[in-house]
Design a protein around this ligand. Structure first.
Ligand SMILES: [Mg+2]
Length: 193
């Protein structure tokens, strides 16, 4: 028996999409994100952030800023009674720039390398898990790990939803207004079993 988990995208899903997060002041939670994650905590879901941060490889901001932003995210969530069970990021570019040995990395979503790390640290049942994000790559990532997928309409979500179901943006299992509504759907799905 493994834990149920929800894999959460960061930018545009938990916090407002602002392009590259190159200043800590730009980090702001989307309304009800804290409440949504608190609900996951209370319902025995592991809440795990998986985020692409290629701004590091592009030289737009140092890796130390990513860590500071993640601390701020945890602090803001904590003030709303919510916590994250893990935060994992890929600092590379799609073509492998900035990755060890310059080859394509295995961790940039929709690739699933970061989940391999999660699975070494936590006993998770992916078949009972979910992926939430605002882009087609988040949906594709969720599909690859065998989780149910939810597209949120915050961040780039509205744009993406117009293309969803196409060759490059697979159709999610559910489309939610925001993270809070996505979690409501998950709890209903989970309770219905
Ligand atoms: Mg996003």
């Amino acid at each position: 028996m493994g834990y149920k988990a929800v894999f959460l995208d960061r930018d545009g899903t938990i916090n407002e999409e602002v392009g590259y997060m190159d200043q800590i002041e730009k980090f702001k939670l989307i309304p009800r994100s804290g409440e949504a994650i608190r609900l996951l905590n209370r319902n025995n879901f592991k809440a795990i952030v998986i985020t692409n941060q290629s701004g590091v490889a592009r030289g737009y901001f140092p890796e130390s800023l990513v860590l500071k932003v993640h601390q701020k995210m945890k602090d803001l969530l904590k003030s709303e009674g919510a916590y994250l069970d893990g935060v994992y990021y890929c600092p590379h570019l799609p073509d492998g720039v900035g990755s060890p040995n310059g080859q394509s990395c295995s961790c940039r979503k929709p690739k699933t390398g970061l989940v391999d790390i999660v699975l070494k640290e936590l006993n998770i049942d992916l078949s009972k898990s979910y992926s939430i994000g605002d882009r087609g790559s988040d949906i594709e990532f969720g599909r690859r790990i065998g989780a149910k997928t939810i597209l949120v309409l915050t961040g780039y979500g509205r744009e993406e939803s117009e293309h969803s179901g196409g060759r490059e943006t697979p159709k999610p299992d559910y489309v939610a207004q925001d993270l809070y509504e996505a979690v409501q759907w998950i709890l209903k799905e989970d309770g219905g079993k």
